[in-house]
Write a new protein. Structure first.
Length: 305
């Protein structure tokens, strides 16, 4: 049974869903202002410093746990359907992950749609990764992670780097990833009443905004389920069982297995979209983050937790 603490995310999501139903034509600036409060549900991690920087041409935020390994980095892409949220909404969640791993996190404020449509965000992430390498960080000392749309970027960035013939990172960890621009998953139907925020109509609208007029729903750099996933690094996917996007994670895991890529998929019972946002609040989020850290530490050469 889901913890009482996890209900905080359900309450927030349902309140936003009701607001969007009542005001379907909400202006973009108002929508973004509402979602800037997403990080309010995350506990403030202690012992973490934040430093703003510019990573490959985009604003970015270092989360630096005290005493962490400075030469290992989590490259983080926030969620928000490519339309809302920022490095600030997700700084605490990614800081919790970095603190558990024992390394720095670089959270990239990639440009949002509709101002920057596809392939803008994936290029921003690839440029930030290349910037990390230019700072002297070894490729095998970097792991990607991201949630929702950022979880998609945690895969598509790999495909873009491979196109550019840049050495790939050690691992990637997509959290509740949004991958399928066509929104074909059956869990959009079966989990419709369980998911407190994400509906097929929302995904279709964000895909249209992200891809722009005439955008290709099957472009692998937007929809990696349509891409060649061979020779990608080890991948750890985490998702909640109540998510409408659950089938995206299952489809990615299946596609990676077919491509002979090492993959681990954990489905957390009764959890909502990006339940990791409840870090420091709900035991399910803390457990999931602990498992991410235990999995990725040896892949970054940090040893086991």
């Amino acid at each position: 049974m889901a913890s009482k603490q996890s209900e905080q995310l359900v309450t927030l999501y349902r309140s936003w869903a009701a607001t969007l139903d009542a005001k379907p034509d909400m202006p973009l600036d108002e929508l973004r202002a509402m979602f800037e409060h997403l990080g309010d549900v995350t506990a403030e991690p202690r012992g973490v410093d934040y430093i703003e920087t510019n990573a490959g041409g985009r604003p970015a935020l270092w989360a630096v746990p005290i005493g962490c390994a400075k030469d290992r980095v989590l490259l983080c892409s926030h969620g928000g359907g490519y339309v809302v949220c920022s490095m600030y909404t997700h700084r605490k969640m990614f800081a919790h992950i970095a603190k558990s791993v024992g390394c720095r996190a670089l959270i990239v404020d990639y440009a949002l749609a509709p101002e920057s449509i596809h392939p803008g965000p994936v290029n921003d992430m690839a440029n930030a990764y290349r910037w990390l390498l230019d700072q002297g960080i070894a490729a095998n000392h970097v792991a990607l992670t991201g949630d929702s749309a950022g979880g998609g970027l945690a895969v598509t960035t790999l495909l873009r780097l491979r196109e550019l013939a840049i050495s790939l990172p050690a691992a990637t960890m997509p959290l509740s990833p949004w991958l399928d621009m066509e929104a074909k998953g059956e869990t959009f139907i079966t989990n419709r009443e369980k998911d407190a925020i994400v509906a097929r109509e929302m995904i279709q609208g964000m895909a249209e905004t992200f891809l722009g007029d005439g955008g290709n729903l099957q472009d692998p750099l937007a929809n990696p389920l349509r891409g060649d996933l061979r020779n990608l690094p080890p991948t750890y996917i985490q998702v909640g069982s109540h998510e409408t996007l659950l089938d995206d994670s299952r489809a990615l895991a299946d596609a990676l297995r077919r491509a002979d890529v090492e993959v681990k998929l954990d489905v957390y019972p009764e959890m909502q979209h990006v339940f990791h946002l409840l870090a420091g609040v709900a035991p399910e989020a803390d457990q999931a983050i602990g498992q991410l850290a235990a999995w990725v530490r040896p892949r970054l050469g940090l040893g086991r937790s």
